[in-house]
Ligand binder design. Structure first.
Ligand code: SF4
Length: 362
């Protein structure tokens, strides 16, 4: 298959692995920011193929996982209001909040619908003019422009029953927060391919410039990831730090200027609470005042009750790369995809789900 087979070529993979093994001398930690990379790395068995000197750590790149309980609780409380239809991508449904989940709210009668596109939510708003349609805006820079576009379409259609609850997050500030915390020592970052398609590889220049940490932006096929690892190992061994784009078929230095323009037409930077990080300054996106009438946070006044963290769940440390999922005492025995205690076990991009699915211990 074009653009897939070329990036799964076993002979080329063997050659890259040989080059990595030949170059790698010192023990290094590389963090893959993106949950999509975490799952690809497990799926293709890349961890086992790398030399023992190269350790891969999973980062906070799972938007459902980093959504704070306070935000989730508010979304659930809004979903429970009469005449509200909540629309969301599927991953959010099972994520446990402080007291409940969207799935439990739906079982109790709330109208919660899974959509596959933000435009589906706009369509539901058109079909249900007597009800308020709330779309849960969860995602990084990849998702936010599509939600902004949907909101602009709702405006063009003059819909007065379409709302967005913005819980969007931005990826560079989270990486900065990990480094500021100083809990993990990183020799390189595998940059998120989809996010960087939007924000551009130049957006990662602060890592080599301010922290001396190289970045290799990668796609999601085995050769993409191995090329990124080779670039990072080479730079770590050579004492260099630059931004390397190994996903040039998708990523440009300046990113997707149209998507960024649409995103910032509708949203503006705001502080945001991340699970495991607390409030990270200027790491979220709030609706601009011009679009206040679409803002679910302003339109619906709810009291979700006290915020409670899941007892024993160590998602916060998993998301910061401080522990690997099997180091959580609840992993596998108590917490499993059928009975998730924390979001990292629920989401298709969650690190705990990846470790569980591919059966890997530390
Ligand atoms: Fe949380 Fe479960 Fe992961 Fe432990 S295994 S950190 S309880 S999601």
């Amino acid at each position: 298959m074009k653009y897939i087979d070329e990036f799964r070529n076993p002979a080329l993979a063997r050659r890259l692995l040989g080059e990595i093994a030949a170059r790698s001398r010192q023990s290094i930690n590389l963090m893959e920011f993106c949950g999509g990379h975490t799952h690809a790395i497990f799926k293709f068995g890349i961890r086992q193929l790398l030399p023992p000197t190269v350790r891969l750590l999973s980062g906070p790149g799972c938007p459902v996982c980093v959504t704070a309980n306070a935000d989730l609780d508010r979304a659930i409380a809004i979903a429970q209001l009469p005449d509200v239809i909540t629309t969301t991508f599927g991953d959010m449904l099972k994520v446990p909040g402080s007291q409940s989940s969207l799935q439990a709210a739906r079982a109790e009668g709330a109208d919660v619908r899974i959509v596959y596109s933000t435009l589906d939510a706009v369509q539901i708003a058109r079909q249900n003019p007597e009800q308020s349609i709330v779309f849960l805006g969860v995602g990084f820079e990849t998702t936010a422009p599509t939600i902004a576009a949907a909101l602009l379409q709702a405006e063009a259609l003059n819909l007065d029953n379409f709302y967005v609850l913005s819980m969007h997050k931005l990826t560079p500030p989270a990486t900065q927060a990990i480094l500021n915390a100083g809990e993990v020592r990183l020799s390189g970052v595998i940059g998120p391919g989809h996010v960087t398609t939007i924000i551009g590889s130049e957006a990662w220049q602060f890592l080599p410039r301010d922290h001396g940490i190289p970045v290799a932006v990668a796609g999601f096929e085995p050769l993409d990831i191995l090329r990124a690892v080779r670039a990072l190992v080479g730079q770590a061994e050579g004492g260099e730090a630059t931004v390397t784009n190994t996903y040039s078929r998708s990523v440009r230095p300046e990113g997707n200027c149209t998507a960024i323009e649409v995103m910032y037409r509708v949203f503006e930077l705001s502080d945001a609470e991340w699970r495991g990080f607390g409030v990270v300054p200027q790491s979220g996106l709030a609706l601009r005042d011009e679009y206040a009438r679409f803002d679910a946070a302003r339109a619906f006044s709810v009291d979700p009750g006290p915020v409670r963290e899941h007892k024993g769940c160590r998602c916060g440390e998993v998301l910061r790369g401080v522990i690997a999922p099997p180091q959580c005492p609840l992993f596998r025995h108590v917490c499993a995809p059928q009975n998730p205690i924390g979001p990292c076990m629920v989401s298709a991009e969650g690190a705990c789900a990846a470790y569980f699915m591919y059966g890997e211990e530390i």
